[in-house]
Write a protein that binds this ligand. Structure first.
Ligand SMILES: [Zn+2]
Length: 347
């Protein structure tokens, strides 16, 4: 009897011990499985981590957008002052003067009054220097850089027919005496291809009207483009401006056999007005009215050249301003060529 009872106790102790051992060893095992499953699910719910860049991306600070609303009359007056004060110790360039006005008006040239130039220039001549005045203007340096990107190639020294001069070294985009009709059409919508804004300026005249290089530079794009037809893209030597001349004449679009990298001088005949474009197929006239589509893109950083960060500006007032400097042409065989010989100093 005693042994039976003792055996019972031993059996209970053993069974309890086995149960305890089982609980101690099995429970964490079940938990670990659960943890692994939960961890896998958590990882699955997380976004795929971005790949670590190999080197820290360089943060660049450059102008992202420019509204160029400088009026023709402000350009006229600023240009005249630049020429008049050239050689003086108080010489103020056209760009500096316009940047001063831009900072004063917050870029809104509907506020332009000639008196503001008059007041500034009499101050410069009597009391203080231009640099002292603009040093106190918070946004002057922004406007100097933004307007400079548009206008820095406009005024300088050049020789024309052997005579050295200082003045406008950019030209009207249409041959001297040919004329054109136009209106401020920047930003109006276009529907060919996809809905988009018109990022340029259209100058209307007949097929064959000579198209002139506004500024010197090098050919960056030539040949057929679905939208622009026969087109030329010319980059200024300081690389800030990309001029785009499009819809050139069918069969005979260019004045020369241009290749990428060719140099072009301001005032050269580069091609002929036409109505090509809006076609995947080359040399097709799909534009209704013969015109030159002119574009001017500003590039502060090469990342702005292509893609979604492009800056194109309104050229209506600029083309009106440029009518004071036209390049006259003559016929030479099958081509029209400029009459005057012209070189920009330093190019
Ligand atoms: Zn256009």
């Amino acid at each position: 009897m005693y042994y039976i009872v003792k055996f019972k106790y031993i059996a209970i102790i053993l069974i309890t011990a086995v149960l305890v051992i089982a609980l101690v060893t099995l429970k964490p095992h079940v938990d670990r499985k659960e943890m692994i499953r939960e961890e896998a699910e958590f990882k699955k719910s997380q976004p795929i981590p971005e790949e670590q860049p190999k080197s820290e991306p360089v943060k660049k600070d450059y102008i992202k957008w420019v509204d160029f609303d400088v009026s023709k009359s402000a350009m006229d007056y600023a240009y005249k002052y630049d020429i008049r004060s050239y050689g003086d110790e108080n010489h103020v360039t056209m760009v500096e003067l316009l940047a001063y006005l831009g900072a004063k008006y917050g870029g809104d040239f509907s506020r332009f009054k000639y008196k503001d130039i008059y007041d500034l220039t009499s101050k410069i001549n009597n009391e203080t220097s231009f640099n002292e005045i603009v040093a106190d203007m918070k946004y002057y340096s922004y406007y100097r850089e933004a307007y400079g990107a548009v206008l820095d190639g406009f005024v300088g020294e050049f020789t024309i027919d052997g005579e050295k001069r200082y003045g406008l070294k950019v030209f009207s985009p249409i041959g001297g005496g040919y004329g054109y009709s136009h209106y401020d059409d920047f930003g109006v919508s276009r529907s060919y291809g996809y809905r988009r804004k018109h990022l340029g300026h259209d100058l209307m005249n007949g097929v064959g009207t000579p198209v002139i290089a506004i500024e010197s530079g090098y050919v960056e794009a030539v040949g057929w483009n679905q939208y622009g037809g026969w087109r030329l893209g010319i980059r200024s030597f300081d690389k800030k401006r990309y001029y785009y001349y499009a819809h050139l004449r069918k069969d005979h679009p260019y004045a020369k056999d241009f290749k990428e990298g060719d140099f072009v001088t301001a005032g050269d005949v580069i091609g002929y007005m036409g109505m090509t474009g809006y076609s995947v197929k080359e040399n097709v006239n799909n534009i209704n009215t013969p015109h030159l589509h002119l574009g001017l893109q500003l590039i502060f950083d090469e990342s702005q050249k292509d893609g979604i960060n492009q800056i194109w500006i309104d050229l209506y007032d600029i083309t009106n301003f440029l009518t004071i400097n036209q390049s006259y042409v003559k016929r030479e065989g099958n081509e029209l060529v400029r009459k005057s010989s012209f070189t920009v100093l330093g190019e």
